[in-house]
Ligand binder design. Structure first.
Ligand code: HPA
Ligand SMILES: [Zn+2]
Length: 336
């Protein structure tokens, strides 16, 4: 099973580039940029990654991002993630970044986006890994800050396909960003949003209705409402689920209790993703393995996560067809 998952051509749709900052690179960048970090060893860092909910993670995650200063830093961060993609046979990835985490520290929007984009372009050329970039607004900040960020993104429309919404879900409803998303859509950006990670099923409905999103990031709390699950299945509304993240942040106690397989079998367009792999203990293959080991699944079912991800991705219909046929051929060869 491990080899089948490792070699399966995979598509990632929920990955925060700041969440790929491994302790080794954090120390290297801290030294390079003369930034103090509150850790003396890798072991101390790993010890700090003992989260009890989303907020306890976010506090550490924003602190880690402080070592990112120059365009080269953002390039190096992204390149390290793309090497993981190559190793895991991720053939297409849609990457989130959080500009406000950096612009609030005096780092320019251009520095951030150019460093990430250069690495993505190099991976397309050297590894044949295709990608898209999604800019997230931080939901704990105000509407005005989101509007300023959107304004900064307009000069980079060629590099950014969509806007998203992340950070603290509780206390920051989708309605706070209705006007920013309306303007983003009118500027030609696609829209996604984190919803139903810690918040209830109604917060997913709000994100779909108020923000007109085409896919839901996380969305696992949809199961609180059976009728809603049926609706999501019928409409094939995609959910970018992050299994190891959900266990680390105590959305589910154990992987055997995770609802992703149940949702898959009900026909919901669920996908597997790594979210913040440096903090949650695993990249794409690790996430697939964790689900596959905790649930009795066939190879056809496991491959369905990838078919769903291709369907839910922001690539052209032609490219979708090409990826579908690659995966169909892979499954035909390896499914027995
Ligand atoms: O899983 C997440 N949820 C909300 N905000 C985030 N920012 C990084 N990862 C996450
Ligand atoms: Zn996320």
């Amino acid at each position: 099973m491990k080899q089948f998952i490792q070699d399966l051509p995979k598509v990632e749709l929920h990955l925060h580039i700041e969440g790929t900052l491994e302790p080794e690179l954090m120390f290297e960048l801290a030294a390079r940029n003369n930034i103090e970090i509150p850790f003396n060893s890798f072991a101390e860092v790993k010890d700090a990654y003992d989260f009890h909910n989303l907020q306890s993670f976010l506090d550490i995650y924003y602190q880690g991002a402080n070592v990112l200063i120059t365009e080269q830093d953002f390039f190096d961060l992204t390149w390290a993630y793309l090497l993981r993609c190559k190793n895991d046979n991720v053939v297409h990835t849609e990457v989130f970044f959080d500009p406000q985490t950096h612009t609030d520290r005096g780092i320019s929007f251009d520095t951030v986006v150019n460093g990430i984009d250069k690495a993505l372009t190099k991976a397309a050329e050297e590894f044949n890994i295709s990608s898209q970039l999604i800019m997230c607004f931080l939901r704990h900040l105000d509407e005005e800050s989101a509007f300023i960020t959107l304004e900064q993104a307009l000069a980079h429309k060629d590099k950014i396909i969509a806007v998203g919404l992340d950070s603290s879900e509780n206390g920051n409803p989708a309605s706070k960003f209705e006007r920013v998303f309306e303007k983003s859509l009118s500027e030609g950006f696609l829209t996604v949003a984190h919803a139903g990670e810690e918040g209830p099923a109604s917060s997913i409905r709000d994100a779909l209705e108020l923000l007109k999103i085409t896919r839901i990031d996380h969305g696992v709390r949809c199961s609180d409402d059976d009728h809603f699950v049926e609706e999501l299945a019928k409409l094939r509304t995609p959910l970018t689920v992050c299994p190891l993240s959900n266990i680390k942040l105590k959305v589910f106690e154990e992987m055997s209790e995770h609802n992703i397989v149940e949702l898959l079998r009900k026909g919901v367009c669920v996908t597997i993703n790594s979210d913040d792999p440096a903090y949650f203990g695993g990249y794409m293959t690790d996430n697939f393995m964790a689900v596959g080991e905790a649930h009795m699944m066939t190879k056809v079912e496991i491959a369905q996560f990838t078919f769903n991800a291709i369907e839910a991705s922001f690539i052209s219909e032609l490219e979708k067809k090409r990826l579908f046929s690659i995966n169909e051929a892979y499954l035909a060869l390896h499914h027995s």
